[in-house]
Design a protein around this ligand. Structure first.
Ligand SMILES: [Zn+2]
Length: 229
């Protein structure tokens, strides 16, 4: 697309403009364009910043492909950072129980953002705990996992954050978290290892004190096909 003699990205992903060659007035033009299409646009700082990023990369924000991209990308980043606004105590409703054996919830799907590249990583998280008179509703464990995963956090800290949140709210005898994930920043760029997975573990309470509990947790994790249904 040509406008004022300048060549912009054609909306099909082709790079027609040198990166970083847009002037400040040109970037402002893009923001003004969006402001005219959706009043209040520039009040949404995230959308305005994403619009500037796209302009800086040389993409044509007027094309049908990019026109609503700032709005979509802003929504994506808000979704993937919602974990900063959740309160684990509001998620983890507890009930009285006499159960004092290992409870395992396996195979909770999650997606998170790698803080180093802002690319997605995801996979399955397995969770176990031994109650101390209080249990949690089964759906609350996936809710906690997915809420805390929706942040820019390294996988090593994600399992620790889930375990610490559960310990502080539910106060069980112990809990264990195991995450197995693939990282887009490892698969799609850099070393390009598409099959490499990373496993991280956090053990708290009796799981860190008694190796038998940890072993029982690992054995209690079910995988596809292990379930009766
Ligand atoms: Zn990364």
């Amino acid at each position: 697309m040509h406008s004022n003699g300048k060549v912009h990205g054609n909306g099909n992903g082709a790079q027609l403009l040198e990166i970083g060659s847009l002037t400040n007035p040109q970037i402002q033009d893009f923001i003004n364009f969006h402001e005219s299409r959706s009043p209040g646009f520039s009040a949404d700082r995230l959308q305005a910043i994403i619009s500037m990023l796209l302009a800086e990369l040389g993409f044509d924000l007027m094309s049908e492909h990019f026109r609503d991209t700032p709005k979509r990308v802003a929504r994506f980043y808000r979704e993937f950072t919602r974990g900063y606004r959740v309160n684990p105590a509001e998620i983890l409703k507890t009930f009285a129980s006499r159960n004092s054996e290992l409870i395992v919830v396996s195979g909770v799907e999650f997606f998170s953002l790698c803080p180093h590249h802002l690319l997605i990583y995801g996979g399955k998280i397995h969770f176990g705990y031994v109650a101390d008179s209080r249990i949690v509703g089964i759906s609350k464990i996936p809710r906690l996992i997915q809420a805390l995963a929706a942040r820019a956090v390294v996988q090593e800290d994600l399992v620790a954050d889930i375990a610490d949140a559960f310990m502080s709210v539910v106060k069980p005898l112990g809990c264990a978290v195991k995450a197995v994930a693939k990282h887009d920043c490892v698969a799609a760029r850099g070393v390009r290892c598409t099959e490499a997975t990373m496993t991280t573990v956090a053990l708290r309470g009796i799981f860190s004190e008694d190796q038998n509990y940890a072993q029982n947790f690992y054995q209690g994790i079910t995988h596809n096909g292990d379930c009766a249904r």
